[in-house]
Design a protein around this ligand. Structure first.
Ligand code: CAA
Length: 282
């Protein structure tokens, strides 16, 4: 199926990045969130990144205008009725996502694919909220979306070959490299990344090293672009905790138990960069 209009639910750090790459690939984009304030913030973020691209000589000023012109903002889910493909990038909360998928299933045309950017909620559970489980798939972008080259494409048990192919081809159109994962807790990316971050938090908790030393070991010893504690702050400590809980519950295996220090930070509202304080202060 040809995709011309691309819907994005959520205008936060993932949603506005997804809207940007979709608009840059030439698609008409509808970026939806619950409040006008949220969609405007998302749009301002995109406008700022594109302005920097123009300053750096990576983009012509007319192209910036054209990309922004392709993004329509929306605060009513009903606007998604004209979308040919929708990706949901709302808060990582099961009941919010379930409700959204039930509503989108009623609003969108029956042939429309409903993708989710979930970082760890099982695709099969989300698909079961709809009458089109064959058209539900995971399309997991990495943060920051405009920079990171990967899209993890996750097939649920019922995802059809056609849904998979359309999603894979869209990823290539976005100039990203897709990788296929099957629907098990954490998929591939977070099954590997989150236990590493969680172990870094245990190192801090046990006093093996300071935050700076833990991050320096991984940056300079393993050539990671940023240390695991700084990365946790970028992702959001609440998201890291939610993913560890999904792994722990999904496998019923104690090796995935979240570090008590991670939980303590989240309970204190120290959520990382977005709240001004996490393992570091911002
Ligand atoms: N949006 C858009 N562009 C951004 C950006 C953002 N938020 N942050 C940085 N950039 C751009 C910069 O403008 C710069 O562009 P140019 O090369 O054109 O100048 C480029 O990225 C490099 O940025 P910096 O020089 O400022 O800094 P850096 O070289 O340290 O790179 C980084 C920053 C890209 C974030 C890098 O540190 C990195 O790759 N970190 C690891 C990120 C990562 O692991 N992400 C995955 C997280 S897991 C996830 O997302 C999934 C999940 O489910 C939890």
């Amino acid at each position: 199926m040809e995709v011309k209009t691309f819907g994005v639910i959520g205008a936060g750090q993932m949603g506005n990045g997804i809207a940007q790459v979709a608009a840059m690939s030439g698609l008409q984009v509808i970026m939806n969130d619950i409040k006008d304030e949220f969609v405007q913030r998302g749009l301002n973020n995109i406008a700022g990144i594109l302005a920097k691209n123009v300053e750096k000589g990576k983009m012509a000023p007319e192209e910036r205008e054209a990309v922004l012109g392709r993004i329509k903002t929306s605060t009513g889910l009903g606007d998604l009725a004209s979308a040919d493909f929708v990706v949901e990038a709302a808060t990582e909360n099961e009941s919010i996502k379930f409700q959204l998928f039930r509503e989108l299933d009623a609003i969108c045309r029956p042939e429309v694919i409903l993708a989710t950017n979930t970082s760890s909620i099982p695709i099969g559970r989300i698909a079961a909220q709809t009458k089109r489980p064959d058209k539900v798939i995971g399309m997991h972008f990495m943060n920051p979306v405009p920079v990171m080259k990967l899209i993890e494409v996750i097939r649920g048990l019922a995802t059809s070959d056609e849904t998979f192919k359309t999603t894979w081809d869209l990823s290539l159109r976005f100039k990203k490299t897709p990788a296929l994962a099957n629907d098990y807790p954490g998929f591939i990316a977070n099954r590997i990344l989150m236990p590493m971050i969680n172990e870094a938090v245990y190192c801090l908790y046990h006093g093996v090293g300071t935050r700076e030393d833990i991050d320096t070991v991984m940056r300079l010893g393993m050539n990671h672009p940023m240390g695991p504690l700084a990365l946790a702050d970028l992702i959001g400590l609440d998201t890291c905790l939610a993913i560890m809980e999904t792994l722990y519950d999904g496998f019923c295996d104690s090796k995935y138990r979240p570090c008590p220090l991670l939980r303590k930070y989240v309970e204190a509202g120290w959520l990382g960069k977005k709240s001004g304080r996490g393992f570091y202060e911002y």
